[in-house]
Design a protein around this ligand. Structure first.
Ligand code: ATP
Ligand code: MG
Length: 339
């Protein structure tokens, strides 16, 4: 029944990135972002990048940033992204990101940028606040709009930046004529926010206060198990899902559900009459089982950095072809003189 002359149906384009700011991604990055990337690779024309330019909005050591860029790429592939099917690349390899970033900075209001809650959070935590920390959402909008992305899989904490991206796309289109696809955020309600195991009211974050609350996806099995077993739980003894009254237990249920694919209701009924300790053992098992192959593949890839660089170079070539088309059109629209 196949007709080789029929054009392949075009898939919607999915695009997202993760900052190169840690040696290992954490479980929030995995559940909120990377796991969705891997799923979307099956259904979308997929573009995923390592955000090394976003990383320098806060201070970074140069050698460490280079190393973490490769480590993040290895974790993308280790988690199941296939460079043959997804375009994987490094943000700084495509100059058009900064070129469009500048134009979108000039499209963003100062007040609009200052209202971003992530800017308020991060500028409160850092002694030196760079201008880049303020303007980074415009660069993020450029990352997305350059590729005419239809959907952007992210965690809940990125919702506001996505809303800004949509506003900028619409504003630009209105001012200069239809240029950008207005993207949708893809945020899975149930799993969009994984919380710190020691402080289950705070988002699990690379910049966590205590490493004990942060599950790094490259942690060894012993460390993973230990961290999960010492997760803070709540008063009472019953395993129920109630993020307000039982944030610790609810977070563990969310993690289990996201990784095992089983519903929260099913898990709650399985743990009826059992203690928190039983739930922790089960969560530790699912986490260890999920991350074992990911860790093995990632460490193998890191043994051959030249091959990894080759993959990223090929990704940059493919990404660049798409980005270049958009930036040329944008320059034309804005009125930049041709050389
Ligand atoms: P930082 O604290 O330095 O900003 P981060 O942990 O937020 O680091 P990012 O690289 O900024 O990591 O985010 C990468 C992706 O992971 C984004 O899509 C973000 O929404 C998602 N993400 C980050 N933390 C969580 C979390 N705790 N739960 C779910 N998704 C998350
Ligand atoms: Mg972040």
């Amino acid at each position: 029944m196949t007709d080789s002359a029929a054009p392949a149906p075009t898939r919607p384009r999915s695009l997202s990135g993760i900052q190169a700011t840690s040696d290992s991604l954490h479980l929030g990055n995995y559940i909120g972002a990377l796991q969705q990337f891997v799923a979307q690779q099956e259904t979308h024309d997929a573009f995923f990048f390592i955000a090394n330019m976003h990383a320098i909005t806060v201070d970074q050591d140069p050698a460490q940033l280079r190393e973490r860029t490769l480590r993040t790429a290895a974790q993308f592939i280790g988690a199941g992204l296939d460079p043959q099917r997804s375009t994987l690349y490094v943000q700084s390899h495509i100059p058009a990101h900064t070129q469009l970033g500048w134009i979108l900075e000039c499209t963003t209001g100062l007040g609009e940028a200052m209202r971003m809650t992530q800017f308020k959070d991060k500028s409160g935590k850092n002694e030196h606040v760079s201008l880049g920390l303020l303007t980074y959402p415009a660069l993020m909008a450029a990352d997305i709009l350059l590729y005419q992305a239809d959907v952007v899989p992210v965690g809940e904490d990125q919702r506001q930046h996505l809303e800004l991206t949509r506003n900028l796309a619409e504003r630009f289109n209105h001012r200069y004529g239809q240029t950008f696809t207005v993207p949708e955020a893809h945020i899975l309600k149930a799993t969009a926010k994984v919380y710190d195991l020691q402080d289950p009211t705070a988002k699990m974050s690379k910049s966590a206060k205590t490493p004990a609350g942060l599950i790094e996806i490259l942690d060894d099995e012993k460390t993973l198990t230990k961290k999960i077993k010492s997760a803070v739980t709540d008063t009472g003894t019953e395993v129920t899902y109630d993020p307000h009254a039982k944030p610790g237990v609810s977070n563990l249920l969310t993690i289990h559900s996201a990784l095992s694919g089983r519903s929260i209701e099913e898990l709650v009924s399985e743990f009826e009459g059992k203690m928190y300790g039983h739930l922790k053992v089960a969560v530790a098992e699912v986490v260890v089982e999920t991350l074992r192959p990911l860790r093995t593949r990632t460490l193998e890839l890191l043994d051959d950095p030249a091959e990894l660089s080759r993959v990223l170079d090929a990704g940059a070539d493919a990404a660049s072809a798409v980005a270049q088309r958009t930036i040329e059109q944008v320059f034309e629209r804005v009125g930049f003189l041709h050389r």
